[in-house]
Ligand binder design. Sequence first.
Ligand code: GAP
Length: 535
Amino acid sequence: MDMDKLVSLCRRRGFLFQSSEIYGGLSGFWDYGPLGVELKRNIREAWWLDMVTAHNELVKSPGAPSTYEMVGLDCAIIMHPQVWKCSGHYDLFHDMMVDCRQTKHRYRYDQVRGRWAEHRGQRVFIATVAEHEAEDMSQRAQKFFKLRAKEADQIVWQGETTSLDKVKDLSQVFAPEATEIGTLTEPREFNLMLETCCGAIKSDENKAFLRPETAQGMFVNFKNVTDSTRVKIPFGIAQIGKSFRNEITPRNFTFRSREFEQMEIEFFCHPDTSREWYEFWRDRRMAWYTSLGLASNRLRLREHPPEELSHYSCGTADIEYAFPFLPPGEFGELEGVAHRGDFDLRSHMEGKLVKNAAGCLELELGADGKPVQKGSGRDLTYRDDISGERFTPHVIEPSAGADRATLAVLCEAYTEDQAPDDKGAMQTRVVMKFHPRLAPVKAAVFPLVKKDGMPEVAKEIYAALKQRFIAFYDEKGAVGRRYRRQDEAGTPFCITVDGQTLQDGTVTIRDRDTLDQSRVKSADVVEEIARRVEG
Ligand code: GAP
């Protein structure tokens, strides 16, 4: 699938716009248009319904070690700065970056890649961040060696494409977009948290951060939730909300944004069963994506090797999707499912924790022997009423991105096929094949012509549908053109009022994917659409 076509459809049909577009846009920020807002809302609502509302705590879910409960939270975006010091974000939430002294561009160290090229004894590392790195590298090498395209074969390429961290001497690197060699600085740490200031005076004391994840709100409210409800371990807290990261190189449409939405669960369980719960959530979350129509051959579950695990995690799997903007065979993360042990609750009780030589978590002490960062001092342990045992719960965290899920659904839906036009001639049509549950508009209603009482009947059907679903009414232009517009919007069903309606009270329902048209009584349309949408 051609990503440019999808990006242009998203803008043209109102799925996604660049933020502040009339001022030239702001990198890493996006606005959802009228169709996009409904699509993303449907994804969020499907998640909340499937994970929280519809979860039955009385019945054991398939594959779960036992029954469990689920509750929700909606926490503030700005939290006490100590939260980020204890969580480790203040010190550890950073990317390594390099700056180009010539172009003033900044790159993520791990995202700059390149290959050694040699011509007449001069050897240089041609660096790039482009998706089509092979073509880009060849053109940049020609530019560097001042060669014409037909002289490109004089360049001797050495070794395979590698990441910049394999290059010891940055003075030999021809940086992306630069025109001179050796313009990159040594890599430096760059904290990804966006800062703000609370209160009238801009001082260090008033410094605050926009949350880089929703998770911490659920940890710091652990006690509030158990004290204010009757939930017992095992239980999960769910939250959907905005998060912010000052990404060095936001790119690939909404994939890496600076403002994005997360759908996170913090699942609290007994340490003895945490491994089983981790496996349950990993498999359950993977199945959720296929249930929403993502093709299983474009999805994969990748368990992290031990050396790739976060400082707190004893097991993590990523659910990944083969986004079309990635090179063939590469996948991008949709969701991480992490076994976080007792790291988070202990951090907020005790203070900043580090792993000791034996791999156990302990309070980090400064040179003076005092904790570098104290915790809240509150008791965040849990007492089991029946056994009387007191313990610090372990946490399993399925953490999904609402924008990445939306992007994957958009990529998956984009289809070009052949369909007859008004005159019966086959034409290429663009159709967004969304799962009916996710489609922004569930049904469109058309009078075949704007006379003979057809608009009146169509408007009545439209009004009835709108009580249950997002519906659309259109009476302008040839009916074939109206179908095409709905195909591009991904509307699964189009209802047409025609001459026969006026005689026998039936209308046609056209199926977006099969193009089948069946007749139903106009009085039954709402129930029929409900049956088809809800399955
Ligand atoms: N609490 C754990 C956590 O935040 P993460 O892997 O950093 O883990 C979870 O983020 C999910 O949030 C990712 O799998 C992705 O879907 C989404 N996400 C993270 N950074 C993002 C960004 N810059 N733009 C869009 N989505 C992002």
